[in-house]
Design a protein around this ligand. Structure first.
Ligand code: GLU
Length: 328
């Protein structure tokens, strides 16, 4: 496949030598300080070198979308002073690109790269928690070993998910621009992974890779909760004969108690802060100082941070905060 032949409304084909990054919010929640900082850094990474930015809405899982999520996120990003180079035509929402993902899933299936998995959540939990030298969503390939008869029998009872086969010894190595060298033996850490869920929703790993290829993305900067996904994504890029983008995984903002930022940490959504009279410049200034771009949280706008931006200068540890600490 050659993503460079695809052009979208309002976005020209990639220009050789001009880097292109992306902002890829999921409307499963509203923008908060944590994702705002990752988006600010992704924006700065491109704007500081004359690169382009694509905004796409990752609404694959419509059941988890919050009301009016995409519109509110776009509004928050604009309020914060970020911009992008595409128009928000329907092409830029994953929910409108389902046929692209489904066609690829069928062609991978025809090429013998996928198999049906009938495991229940409980079975998957048991497999992942069995000792095998790794944690997380490891799958041991059980359903790959089903006989044709067993498969028929299980199909009668349950819709299958589809897994991408990760052959033994599939080692992915890459240099993350923030996290450094990453080496992952995928056959041991994740095993065969889902590319289509049992309810028919395409898998996150596949959709992201197909979008990054089709949109000509050269740089991905995102929160380091997604670092563990990257080797799977690189493997998929290679499967489609595409050059993977350069990756940068930045530290997250956590609550003061060290857990993932959430409601209990006070009003950390941009809408709530705005409602309480906090200005965009105060937020951007705080975000910039929280990751070491500025010595103090003095108010500033994203444009003020472009000159001299250097990804190497950001702090490598997560920031712990809550509303009381950040905006008194
Ligand atoms: N949509 C994902 C999120 O909001 C980000 C996916 C990505 O950057 O690859 O967490």
């Amino acid at each position: 496949m050659n993503g460079h032949d695809i052009s979208f409304n309002g976005l020209h084909r990639p220009v050789p030598g001009v880097p292109r990054g992306r902002l890829a919010p999921s409307p499963t929640g509203y923008l908060h300080l944590g994702n705002a900082r990752s988006f600010l850094l992704a924006w700065l990474q491109m704007r500081s070198v004359g690169g382009e930015i694509v905004l796409r809405i990752e609404d694959l899982d419509q059941a988890r979308a919050v009301p009016d999520g995409a519109r509110r996120i776009v509004q928050d990003l604009e309020w914060l002073g970020l911009d992008w180079d595409n128009e928000l035509s329907p092409d830029f929402a994953q929910s409108n690109r389902m046929s692209i993902y489904r066609d690829t899933i069928s062609s991978l299936k025809d090429r013998g790269r996928l198999y049906e998995c009938f495991c229940s959540r409980r079975e998957l939990r048991e497999i992942a928690s069995a000792p095998h030298g790794s944690a997380g969503d490891y799958y041991d390939g059980s359903c790959r070993r089903l006989t044709p008869e067993e498969r028929l029998e299980r199909r009668a009872a349950k819709e299958p998910a589809l897994r991408f086969i990760v052959p033994a010894g599939t080692i992915v190595t890459f240099t993350d621009l923030v996290a450094g060298i990453v080496r992952d033996d995928l056959s041991r850490t994740t095993g065969d992974f889902i590319v289509a869920r049992a309810d028919g929703v395409p898998g996150y790993q596949l959709a992201v890779v197909l979008d990054d290829i089709a949109m000509g993305i050269t740089h991905v900067l995102r929160g380091n909760d997604l670092l563990a996904s990257t080797p799977r994504q690189i493997l998929l890029h290679r499967t489609f004969n595409a050059e993977p983008p350069a990756y940068a995984h930045v530290p997250l903002i956590l609550g003061a108690d060290g857990t993932r930022l959430a409601k209990r940490h006070g009003s950390v959504s941009l809408a709530e802060l705005r409602g309480a009279g906090v200005s965009a410049a105060s937020i951007v200034g705080w975000l910039a100082s929280s990751c070491g771009l500025r010595p103090t949280p003095a108010p500033c706008m994203p444009d003020d941070l472009v000159e001299g931006f250097n990804l190497a200068s950001i702090v490598r540890s997560p920031t712990a905060t809550d509303r009381e600490i950040a905006f008194r």
